[in-house]
Design a binder for this molecule. Sequence first.
Ligand code: CO
Length: 211
Amino acid sequence: MSEYYQKLLENNKKWVESQLAVDKDFFKDLAKGQNPQLLWIGCSDSRVPANEIVGAKPGEVFVHRNIANMVVHSDMNMLSVLDYAVNVLKVKHVIVCGHYGCGGVKAAMGNQSIGIIDNWIRHIKDVYRLHHVHLDTIADETTRFNTFVELNVKEQVFDLAKTSIVQGAWRNGQDLTLHGWVYGLNSGFVTDLEVNISFEKDLDDVYQLKF
Ligand code: CO
């Protein structure tokens, strides 16, 4: 077994010890159940860890991560996480957190095939197509890339609002707000894109469901 792999198991033992040193009931209490107020939809990128960024402990954040923090409305994984978070855990906030320098978003701006992932990245290309008039006017590539990252997050927030899950919760009077953030790999700070939506009236007519 590799040294790296052994180290992971050792690290786990140390982590358990350190948690118990602070609170001997830490795991006993966590095992009783979870009551997170936040669903985090983020990128799979190893540099964007949900809990650490917001200073949250285990039990505080329900997490879904995929390449480029996408809300794809036919993705059973995303829908199941969202449904459980909203209808069972009754989270009050959903944050879609993208990040500058996102490899998935960068790939979507280019034409290079990189395998089966091309089909996932197509969802991001659809966002580019939606905003291409604006994006194509930005000559500086880094600025265009950063703007695309932000627009992609905003679009995913709107895609959340279009789901029957979120609209159903709003219709039931549930306190649920959607947010869009971008994380800076260079600084550690998040920027709130202020696309906070808490009612379906913020959506185009055609997406508003009647129950
Ligand atoms: Co990314």
